[in-house]
Design a binder for this molecule. Structure first.
Ligand code: FAD
Length: 440
């Protein structure tokens, strides 16, 4: 008896989040429908899912869109007929010592009490310009090293800004020693500012950043997923079917249901899982990450207005950030997302933590006797990958070896990087265009 040969596709796409769906849509746009999308979860969308509960609309923590490519925004909007989309001017703050400082903290130190302002300005000045400190011991000191993320924070902003905000906030978020991260671990998402920017901001506020304005659809972030999925060949997505094994030499993928032969594979699943399945020798210990427990909380009445999110460096508060969905659509009940960072092996127990979160929201002044009427929680694991020198090198080496087998790893977790949803779409389109050029 002969074993029937497995079904085959030209392109096997693994993961139906933004990256996988954008890949499939880009192939279809070129007239190539010879692909299959495998999704391990019961639903498409990856981290871009939306929950509707008791009249509240929640994402897996606020998922806002900062488009740099007008053509991508227009393409998506065309596929969202009837959907109300708001363009919002972001209002974000740092909750510090019982007051709200405009974000980014480093450009708004003049809003601190005078003694703290002087500490920040003094340390910033001498961190940035040690040679100007005539008569000071630092006058002959070599420039402070910037060998890692933590050193970069001290070197560029000085001790006070680093220790009042940048270090405690990022330690709460990344849940790791910041000295282990690469200096550029946050890439373009880190709000750099030099001494002139800080001084200028004291008179002329300019707190613009990559996300100064954002767009958000009334139906939640999933509307963008729906738009992408609408451009995917009907019947080409198989949900509840995770990739469970991979034979790079034979070009065969395994799932709990079947084997699938492919010419090329494009994956957006977390890279450490793909690396493990590939069987390529590698050092798995270089891939580390945090997880984020997100609480979506709906209350009985309106809360603070004119704020979209607040960052909390205070280590006695369990969360690092709180966002206000209700101030995007001016709805009349307080609707929050609350984010808590954990190491990858930390116990992110939502039931146990909810009372603490509610108590800390009161203490931080976000709620004032509000009654919780609906809630939801999700653990994003991985959430923020720890970009280190070793992860960059090992990822780069493995990506090269996989590419030789026509296996490509993309997306936030396939690329083991820090990026936005729009970046995911740009990357998927560019890969499809490159592969198409190669095969013509
Ligand atoms: C806390 C947080 C807040 C964020 N906020 C924003 C924001 O406001 N704006 C923004 O632009 N970006 C934001 N992002 C980033 C954004 O979520 C990602 O860039 C984007 O969702 C990544 O999409 P993806 O398709 O690459 O990955 P994912 O969404 O992770 O999709 C991967 C898919 O692969 C599936 N999968 C996993 N394993 C397997 C397997 N073995 N077989 C088959 N399928 C599998 C998963 O179920 C998932 O559907 C945020 C991220 C986090 C963590």
């Amino acid at each position: 008896m002969t074993t029937p040969s497995p079904p085959s596709v030209r392109t096997l796409i693994v993961g139906a989040g933004i990256s996988g769906l954008a890949t499939a849509a880009a192939l279809s746009a070129l007239g190539d429908d010879d692909y299959l999308v495998l999704e391990g979860d019961a639903a498409i969308g990856g981290y871009c899912k939306t929950i509707h509960r008791n009249g509240f609309v929640w994402d897996y923590s606020g998922h806002f869109f900062h488009f740099k490519h007008a053509d991508i925004e227009a393409w998506l909007r065309e596929r969202m007929p009837g959907q109300k989309i708001r363009v919002v001017e972001k209002k974000s703050f740092v909750g510090y010592g019982g007051r709200h400082i405009d974000f980014p903290f480093q450009k708004n130190i003049h809003q601190l009490p005078q003694a703290e302002f002087i500490d920040c300005l003094y340390d910033l000045y001498f961190a940035r310009a040690p040679l100007h400190a005539a008569g000071d011991a630092t006058a002959t000191a070599p420039p402070t090293p910037e060998g890692n993320f933590k050193e970069m924070l001290y070197a560029r902003f000085g001790r006070s800004i680093a220790e009042k905000f940048l270090i405690p906030y990022n330690e709460k978020l990344y849940a790791c020693d910041l000295a282990t991260l690469d200096r550029d671990a946050m890439g373009r998402f880190f709000p750099h500012a030099d001494l002139s920017d800080v001084i200028r901001n004291m008179k002329v506020a300019d707190n613009r950043s990559y996300n100064s304005t954002f767009t958000y659809p009334e139906g939640g972030a999933f509307e963008y997923v729906r738009a992408l999925a609408g451009a995917v060949h009907p019947g080409a997505i198989s949900v509840d079917e995770p990739l469970s094994g991979l034979d790079l030499e034979r070009k065969v993928a395994r799932t709990p249901r079947r084997e699938i032969r492919f010419d090329r594979l494009i994956s957006s699943i977390p890279f450490f899982r793909l690396a493990e399945m590939s069987g390529l020798p590698h050092d798995a210990s270089v891939f580390s990450w945090n997880k984020v427990l997100v609480f979506n909380l709906g209350f009985d009445r309106k809360g603070p207005r004119d704020v979209h999110w607040i960052y909390y460096p205070d280590r006695s508060l369990v969360f690092y950030r709180v966002g206000f969905y209700d101030n995007i659509f001016d709805s009349d009940r307080l609707s929050l997302y609350v984010e808590i960072g954990f190491p990858r092996d930390g116990a992110a127990d939502a039931e146990a933590l909810r009372p603490r979160v509610l108590a800390d929201l009161e203490r931080a002044g976000v709620t004032a006797g509000h009654q919780l009427v609906a809630h939801h929680s999700v653990v994003m694991d991985p959430a923020y990958v720890h970009i280190t020198r070793r992860s960059i090198a090992e990822h780069g080496r493995l990506i090269g070896e996989m590419r030789a087998h026509d296996v490509h790893s993309i997306g936030r977790y396939g690329g083991w990087t820090y990026c936005s949803i729009e970046d995911n779409i740009v990357e998927a389109r560019a890969l499809v265009a490159r592969l198409a050029r190669r095969s013509t």
